[in-house]
Design a protein around this ligand. Structure first.
Ligand SMILES: [Zn+2]
Length: 166
């Protein structure tokens, strides 16, 4: 069952949606090699070191782009999430964000309570935005829709890079 917005899509967008929905798993090459990156990033986020969080987030995304053999993305880590009437924005992917290059923006703190976000939430948000990038660059989709397949790929990537039972 596609999400509700599916019915408002054009015929060509429906095709892209269906393609995205069919792709439910992306295997992460060298998954184990990511453990040190992840631990270092967790340390930086927990100690609320914004500069180090940005540096390590960029490093992690660079490594992901490298193993997936896709173009690099610039990452921006901002202090506080903007809040809107409809809720909080968690992250953002712009395919032509920074001088024509793709840009991912993530936020360290929640809008309301100004607390640093939980590491797993931070990582999931980041991987969500990375998955948008992979939709265009690795999977060859012409648009990046939130489909069930998309969310499965996002969860799968999180599990591979951050296994709960180590
Ligand atoms: Zn999204």
């Amino acid at each position: 069952m596609p999400f509700a917005y599916y019915k408002n899509l054009s015929a060509s967008d429906k095709k892209i949606y269906q393609e995205s929905d069919r792709l439910t798993f992306v295997r992460l090459p060298w998954a184990k090699e990511f453990q040190p990156f992840i631990q270092a990033l967790q340390g930086a986020l927990v100690s609320e070191d914004q500069r180090e969080t940005l540096r390590l987030t960029q490093k992690l995304v660079d490594a992901l782009c490298q193993v997936f053999k896709v173009p690099q993305v610039k990452v921006k880590v901002l202090a506080r999430r903007p809040s809107h009437d409809w809720g909080e924005l968690h992250g953002l992917y712009e395919s032509d964000g920074s001088g024509g290059k793709p840009l991912i923006t993530v936020w360290m703190r929640t809008a309301k309570r100004k607390q640093v976000v939980a590491f797993k939430t931070y990582l999931r948000t980041l991987l969500h935005e990375v998955m948008h990038h992979l939709d265009y660059t690795l999977l060859g989709l012409k648009d990046s829709f939130h489909t069930e397949g998309f969310y499965k790929r996002e969860s799968g990537l999180l599990k591979q890079i951050y296994p709960e039972n180590k």
